[in-house]
Design a protein around this ligand. Structure first.
Ligand code: ITT
Length: 204
C-alpha cells in the first residue's frame, strides 16, 4: 500500500521523506501522481485544515483506477506568545511574499519585545485518512524563542528565527538529522508511526 503525503511545500516534502523512510510503503507526493489540487484552508484549527487538505486529496484520487493510498496531510504553524499565539494557523499567509518577507514582518512586530517574552512554539497536526474515509490525528510541538535576527540556511519557513535554547542555535542552523529528531513534525510523525504501520499492514 502507498502513502500519499498531501503537501506542496518542498521543505515539508524533504522532511516527510526522511521521517517516513522506515515504513514499508512507497511514499508519494502530489507531483508523483500528477495531482495539483487547489485547497482552501479555511478551517478554524490545525486539525480542520489538515483534514480539509487530506480529504481534498482523497477525493482527487477517488476516480483513479487501482490507486487507493493512505493520505496524510500536515497543518502546522508558529505560535508566538507575545503576539497572542499569532501567526498560528495563518503562518503560511502571515504576509504576502516569500518566507524572507514573513521573517521581516515577524521581526518588525517583535521589535520592542525583550528576549524573555519572545517565547514561541511550532505546532504540527498530522491527519491520516484511509481509503474508507476513516480519520486519524497525531500532534507534535517544539518550544523555542524568536531570535532578534535570522541565522542559518537549513530547514524552511520560520526556521532561521526559531532559536532553540538547549542547542544554542536556530532550527535553520541544526543539521537536518537533528531537526528531524526534535521538530514538531518529527514528534507528530513519531506519534503516528505505530498507527501507520498497523494501517499499512491491514491494507488501510
Ligand atoms: P501545504 O499546505 O501544501 O502542506 P503550506 O506551506 O501551505 O504547505 P501550512 O498551511 O501548514 O503549509 O503552513 C505552515 C506554515 O508554517 C509554513 O508555510 C511555514 O511558514 C510554517 N512552518 C511550518 N512548519 C515549519 C517548520 O518546520 N519550519 C519553519 N516553518 C514552518
Amino acid at each position: 500500500m502507498d502513502l500519499l503525503v498531501a503537501t506542496h511545500n518542498p521543505g515539508k516534502m524533504r522532511e516527510f521523506r526522511a521521517l517516513l523512510a522506515s515504513l514499508p510503503a512507497q511514499i508519494l507526493f502530489p507531483p508523483d501522481l500528477g495531482l495539483m489540487v487547489e485547497v482552501v484552508e479555511d478551517g478554524a484549527t490545525y486539525v480542520e485544515n489538515a483534514r480539509i487538505k487530506a480529504e481534498a486529496y482523497v477525493r482527487a484520487i477517488g476516480g483513479r483506477d487501482g490507486i487507493a493510498p493512505l493520505v496524510l496531510a500536515d497543518d502546522s504553524g508558529l505560535e508566538v506568545d507575545a503576539l497572542g499565539g499569532a501567526p498560528g494557523i495563518h503562518s503560511a499567509r502571515y504576509t504576502s511574499g516569500s518566507d524572507t518577507d514573513r521573517l521581516s514582518a515577524l521581526l518588525a512586530r517583535l521589535e520592542e519585545v525583550p528576549w524573555e517574552r519572545r517565547t514561541a512554539r511550532f505546532r504540527c497536526v498530522v491527519v491520516i485518512v484511509t481509503p474508507r474515509g476513516d480519520l486519524h490525528i497525531a500532534e507534535g510541538s517544539c518550544e523555542g524563542v524568536i531570535a532578534t535576527e535570522p541565522a542559518g540556511e537549513g530547514g524552511f519557513g520560520y526556521d532561521p528565527l526559531f532559536y532553540l535554547p538547549e542547542f544554542g542555535c536556530t532550527m535553520a542552523e541544526l543539521p537536518v538529522r537533528a531537526k528531524n529528531q526534535i521538530s514538531h513534525r518529527a514528534r507528530a510523525v513519531r506519534a503516528a508511526l505505530p498507527l501507520l504501520r498497523r494501517l499499512l499492514a491491514a491494507g488501510g
